[in-house]
Write a protein that binds this ligand. Structure first.
Ligand code: ADP
Ligand code: ZN
Ligand code: ZN
Length: 815
């Protein structure tokens, strides 16, 4: 008898598998979804391993198979195990990442007769039992629910267990079907000959008659194929009443036709041909191509490319041609983007290069649609799957290439739920398991990624110049404005003299302006308005955060506290201020400063309303429906806006003062991206950074478009302060409605960890905190955090029982 190691869908299963015996006659493979008895329940499980011996003495049997074909590929099985071990997450959470959408559905119990029913004497059966047997004969199997309806719940259950006990019936289980509503469209059909329709149209066109009906009739009579109602509405602008009138006259008929749902609308998307690569692109492409070739021949070592290229250097074109190459070799690709809604132009480019061969996964799809899409992907219907981080788990067969665009973006880390995986690390692991090729692309690579590339773990490819269609669109000039000087000159508005003047000039020329304010990252910090000093923790170098309730400044890394000073410790000024302005305030002030400009605000407050809002705002701005676009980091994404000649960063300091050791990196990334928005057309462009810290290295490097300058400084700091990539972090957060209890529990955990560390003699492991988490209070619960730092902190944490209420984040991106 064989045995299976099964990951079971139960919260108590945690990171382990359970041994089950495989009953004879049942065909079980690795990756198969099965039913297993667990306590007194029957649960879903995924077979991760087959073996000749069980890992425990007493085993129970697998109860049944959920789907005849395995749902997880062998490499996905290994990947799930790795995710669970690496991120210390429950095994089934990791497995679930790769299951079809809606897999954790309701179970339906069925009753059927066994394959070889025992001999029995009909007279020994009760009437109910005989009735059930008759049902078996009639319809093969009966759902328990059906029986319960007919006989009452209690009675049905008793009969079923009696019959199962006597071997007269067996139970089987199935997942409830996902309800996929086929999409239907309404089409207009002429009920008369087209000649007759035209005569009628002419009659209706007489003065005082229904000319809109005439338009529609004419349109229908001229059209060669059936016309959908939405098309008719678009083409001749007819309303429902016009259609109704024609239907009433018996001239037109409405028919509902089922349409095959396309994952994206290809309407308005024209197929595109590959561009002739520039010399720089070509050399990058050839390197990738030869790796793909080796991969296809099965002799590859895993290849991770870091494609470092400034915005507009032609990275996307390289992705497109690399994907085409993979397809030529019989492979398929996955392209990951930071956020689907914010990258419509990028998605269009993929769709137009691979017409009808692109699946786009996004959260706006209904469960049914997602399920449908998953199946189609698994059937190999798409060359390319585009999606957010979860798309990395798409069941793309023959996967040969993964592209992670804007690889430095934090959305690639799942932070809000288990498993707290990082897409980049998952991609690297997958490459190791299967030999596929990964391209990480960015203008401002994550410092850790670049460090790996420098060490030779990843293969560094660079595109250092924009693909310049004209001379005007080289990288824009950046001016750094010192806000302290503005204050000295008596200017207290949000706009420096330089920014107001340049904005006015651009507007006068009919050009467009973007004003950027990263409000989302703003913690309330305290700053001297005379010398610009921001108060920082002496131990951690992290910005201190102001807590209103206690009127103190707190270090969110180590819990160091100090009262708010009355005078500036550096320049002795009394002008200590709390900072925190938002986009709404900015919009108001821009209205006063530029009364004739048409303003448009784009931030999450505005876009949360509807699905197309991003599109609408973008389209309006692109078609010059507004002069000034005001927004948060959303506007920093990959938009091509040729009329924009000025980008003003109202405060470059908001992200700089985040209480996190990655604040400098974050600032550099944001500023570089924002600066990349200007001067993409032939008009050229200019950028202004307003800041109280003009000498800061991140701001300086972004102003000079100099990644190397930033990286050298940043990596030095990281080394000095023993931050990643020189150490690894694990962040433990405890949350509870009672703040004091929260702190006590965090302190208990700290003692426990120290004890464990010392008893194991682990030298190189530091504990930071406990301290209130960056978001101290979230939805009525307080949060305290503990950070472990060392060469392998998760090894220690994995040995410790973690009580409920704690979350564990391995390799966190934001502290
Ligand atoms: P990135 O992804 O690095 O921002 P893109 O691939 O979007 O760069 O290229 C920037 C612009 O240059 C796009 O408008 C693109 O169509 C164009 N482009 C890219 N490669 C070429 C090429 N080889 N020849 C002509 N135009 C190109
Ligand atoms: Zn000061
Ligand atoms: Zn500190």
């Amino acid at each position: 008898m064989g045995y299976a190691e099964v990951s079971v869908n139960s919260p108590v299963a945690q990171r382990r598998t359970f041994s089950y015996a495989i009953p004879s006659g049942l065909n079980i493979s690795v990756g198969q979804a099965v039913w297993v008895p667990f306590g007194d329940k029957l649960l879903q499980g995924i077979v991760l391993e087959l073996s000749d011996y069980p890992s425990v003495e007493e085993t129970r049997e697998i109860a049944g198979v959920i789907e005849p074909t395995p749902v997880l590929s062998p490499s996905h099985v290994l990947l799930a195990r790795w995710i669970s071990e690496h991120y210390l997450s429950p095994l089934f959470d990791a497995v679930a990442l790769m299951l079809p959408p809606g897999f954790r559905r309701k179970v339906i119990t069925f009753i059927t007769s066994p394959e070889t029913p025992p001999e029995y004497d009909t007279s020994s059966l009760t009437r109910d039992q005989r009735q059930v047997l008759e049902l078996f004969n009639k319809q093969g199997k009966v759902s328990l629910r059906e029986l319960e309806k007919a006989l009452g719940k209690k009675r049905a259950q008793t009969i079923v267990s009696q019959m199962v006990g006597r071997g007269l019936a067996v139970r089987s289980y199935e997942l409830e079907k996902v309800k996929v509503k086929p999409k239907k469209a309404r089409y207009l059909h002429l009920k008369v000959e087209s000649g007759e329709a035209q005569q009628e149209a002419a009659r209706l066109r007489k003065p005082g008659r229904a000319s809109r009906q005439a338009n529609l009739l004419e349109f229908l009579s001229q059209s060669a194929k059936p016309v959908s109602v939405s098309e008719a509405r678009r083409e001749v602008g007819c309303s429902a009443s016009v259609v109704e009138a024609l239907v009433g006259k018996g001239l037109v008929e409405l028919r509902e036709i089922e349409v095959k749902r396309e994952p994206i609308s290809y309407e308005g998307i024209t197929p595109s041909e590959p561009l002739t690569l520039t010399a720089a692109q070509k050399s990058v492409f050839e390197t990738i191509k030869s790796s793909l070739l080796q991969g296809a021949e099965g002799k590859a070592s895993p290849t991770i490319f870091l494609l470092h290229g400034v915005t507009g250097s032609g990275k996307t074109e390289v992705y497109l041609q690399a994907l085409a190459e993979a397809v030529k070799l019989g492979k398929r690709g996955i392209v990951l983007v930071p956020e689907i809604a914010l990258t419509p132009q990028t998605i269009e480019r993929f769709a137009s290069r691979f017409p009808h061969k692109v699946a786009v996964l996004h959260s706006k799809l209904s469960l049914g649609e997602q399920f449908d899409e998953w199946q189609r992907i698994r059937n190999g219907e798409f060359d390319v799957v585009v999606g957010p981080r979860s798309a990395i788990f798409a069941p793309q067969p023959d996967l040969g290439l993964i592209v992670i665009d804007e690889e430095h973006e934090w959305t690639y880390k799942q932070q809000d739920k288990s498993p707290r995986y990082h897409t980049r690390d998952v991609a690297v692991k997958l490459a190791e398991l299967t030999g596929l090729v990964v391209i990480l692309g960015s203008a401002t690579p994550d410092v850790e990624t670049f460090y790996h590339a420098q060490r030779g773990d990843y293969h560094l490819l660079q595109l250092s110049e924009r693909v310049t269609p004209s001379e005007g669109s080289s990288l824009p000039r950046v001016e750094v404005v010192d806000l302290k000087e503005e204050l000295k000159a008596g200017n207290r508005s949000l706009f420096s003299r330089s920014l107001s003047q340049t904005t006015a000039e651009a507007l006068a020329k009919g050009e467009q302006v973007i004003l950027f304010l990263n409000r989302r990252g703003t913690a309330t910090f305290v700053q001297c308005r005379s010398c610009g000093l921001v108060l920082r923790c002496r131990r951690c170098e992290v910005t201190l955060t102001y807590h209103y309730d206690e009127n103190v400044l707190v270090c969110h890394q180590c819990n160091y506290r100090m009262p708010v000073p009355q005078i500036c410790p550096r320049c002795l000024s009394r002008r200590i201020k709390f900072l925190g302005i938002g986009t709404q305030k900015l919009e108001q002030e821009a209205g006063y400063a530029f009364p004739h400009a048409r303003l448009l605000r784009w931030d999450s407050d505005v876009t949360q309303r509807g699905k197309h809002s991003h599109w609408e705002i973008l389209n309006r701005f692109q078609s010059h429906g507004a002069d000034i676009l005001i927004g948060t980091q959303m506007i920093a994404k990959g938009l091509d806006l040729p009329l924009v000649t000025l980008v003003g960063v109202v405060s470059a300091d908001t992200s700089l003062n985040l209480p996190d050791f990655r604040a400098g990196e974050r600032t550099f990334q944001l500023l570089s991206q924002v600066a990349g928005r200007a001067g993409r057309g032939t008009l050229g462009g200019q950028v202004i950074f307003q800041t109280y810290s003009p000498e800061n290295y991140a701001i300086q490097a972004a102003a000079k478009h100099d990644y190397a300058l930033f990286y050298e400084r940043e990596i030095t700091y990281r080394r000095q302060l023993r931050n990643p990539p020189f150490t690894r972090l694990v962040c433990l957060v405890y949350s509870h409605t009672n703040d004091a209890l929260c702190q006590r529990e965090a302190e208990r955990m700290r003692r426990l960890l120290i004890e464990e560390r010392d008893s194991r003699g682990i030298a190189d492991l530091g504990l930071i905190g406990p301290a209130p988490a960056f978001i101290h209070r979230l939805r009525g619960r307080f949060r305290w955090q503990l950070v472990l730092r060392g060469s392998e902190p998760s090894a220690l944490v994995s040995q410790i029982p973690i009580p409920p209420g704690w979350t564990v984040d391995v390799d966190p991106v934001g502290l």
